[in-house]
Design a protein around this ligand. Structure first.
Ligand code: MN
Length: 438
């Protein structure tokens, strides 16, 4: 089977000139969906990114230049979120992508209709792309799970369930924000200094980030029904970048027996553009499981999933601080990683999440968990970079960090690279830590 179609032609160019600049990240082959408002406008509305421009889909729906499923999909782009479009399902998303691709191509007869509906990307404010009903965070990097597990259980870092089930927990949707926001350092309880003593209380001292991707569910499933592994990709609208900010000292005291709670739910940051699975099709790669590991149970395994189930997406973490910004120093690169190193893949997460009959809904967000790689320099959190709080990370402008300090900004980037194909960017997710409110 092929996931590729005419929208993936690598030689295709757009009449939007900036979309043709090599490595701009938003070429006509990308066409990610988001929600924006022009400066001075009160109303958020759906749009797509093309080069350094945003095409106003709500305004385009008023003109309605398309027919059939593409027209129906465009009709769904008139609210202040993408939920209506997400709920229509994959054939509608694909029809709209094809219509937009044709309309934005060099030589398109629809250029005159679309051109007045473009806004400069630097002239808009990006919002949350969806009303996120539910948020689940997984834990799918065995490299991350092993590195963190070693700090607590040196002889037995991976718990026995890890290689059989995609581990996850239900997070909180209300505190998810789009890139560019800031939030106060969380306050809470920490482990008593001596066993049986009174817990500490105050601002978090071990604030961390987690380098993750977010998976936006499109069409959901009815309660009681499962999403089969080979149907799962058609339920995924697309991917964004996710920072699952984590208060490690709060986490260490509260996480047993029910898992993360206040250590995680004070803030999460996502990139505002959702890159569709269709746009990511050229970056599908085989899903490989080490021969020494157990093969997944049948509901998590198929020939199609093994052949196409993983994605090659490069990830980067940058840090800037109050000091570095004052010195006009570039943000420091802390680590690089790749989604392909994960132990489980996207389709497996949906199949597992619904195997018990749990219903997913349009706009639900699934986090991958910290996407660390196997090597040094591929750590997806400070907890790994600092070896459990023992080894400070040296920054190029002379500062050090064990954990995040006030006014630190963490910038996560993701993009797909391949010879002979334009770079497909997922944009960035950045957030800044403010002082605690005590
Ligand atoms: Mn996480």
């Amino acid at each position: 089977m092929s996931y590729l179609n005419e929208t993936h032609d690598p030689s295709m160019q757009s009449w939007v000139v900036s979309a043709n600049v090599p490595d701009n990240g938003f070429p006509i082959q990308n066409l990610p969906f988001g929600v924006f408002r022009p400066q001075g406008s009160p109303n958020f509305r759906p749009g797509i990114a093309i080069g350094n421009q945003v095409l106003d889909l709500a305004a385009l729906a008023g003109v309605q230049p398309f027919t059939g499923q593409a027209a129906q999909a465009l009709e769904a782009c008139q609210g202040d979120s993408l939920n209506a479009l997400m709920g229509l399902g994959q054939p509608h998303w694909s029809a709209l992508r094809l219509a937009l691709s044709r309309a934005l191509r060099q030589g398109s007869a629809q250029q005159a209709v679309l051109e007045p509906l473009l806004v400069g990307a630097d002239q808009v404010e990006m919002g949350l792309p969806a009303r996120i009903g539910d948020y689940t965070d997984f834990y799918i990097s065995a490299h991350h799970a092993t590195a963190v597990g070693k700090q607590f259980r040196p002889d037995n870092p991976l718990l026995p369930n890890y290689k059989w089930i995609p581990i996850g927990y239900h997070g909180r949707a209300s505190s998810i924000q789009a890139t560019g926001h800031s939030f106060p350092r969380p306050v809470g309880q920490t482990r008593p200094a001596s066993e049986g003593g009174t817990p500490g209380f105050g601002p978090c001292q071990r604030l961390d980030y987690e380098l993750e991707l977010g998976i936006f569910v499109g069409q959901g499933n009815a309660q009681g029904e499962r999403i089969a592994l080979d149907d799962a990709d058609a339920h995924v609208f697309g991917l964004c970048i996710l920072n699952d900010w984590s208060a490690r000292d709060l986490q260490a005291w509260e996480y047993q027996p029910l898992g993360p709670f206040l250590a995680k739910n004070f803030a999460s940051t996502i990139s505002p553009w959702i890159v569709t699975l269709e746009a990511l099709a050229p970056f599908r790669i085989p899903f490989e499981r080490d021969a020494n590991d157990p093969q997944p149970l049948p509901y998590l395994s198929s020939a199609q999933n093994q052949e196409y189930g993983a994605f090659d997406i490069d990830l980067q973490v940058f840090l800037s601080t109050q000091t570095s910004r004052a010195a006009q120093a570039e943000p420091a690169l802390l680590s690089t990683s790749n989604f392909k190193e994960a132990y489980w893949n996207i389709a497996q997460l949906l199949a597992h999440h619904t195997v018990n009959g749990c219903n997913l809904q349009a706009g639900d967000l699934l986090g991958t968990g910290t996407l660390s790689g196997p090597d040094q320099g591929q750590e997806g959190s400070l907890l790994e970079l600092n070896q459990g709080g023992k080894q400070a990370v040296k920054l190029p402008w002379g500062e050090e960090r064990l954990f995040l300090q006030d006014y630190d900004e963490v910038i996560l980037l993701a993009a797909c690279h391949k010879d002979g194909y334009p770079t497909i960017s997922l944009g960035q997710a950045s957030g800044t830590v403010l002082p605690a409110r005590v």
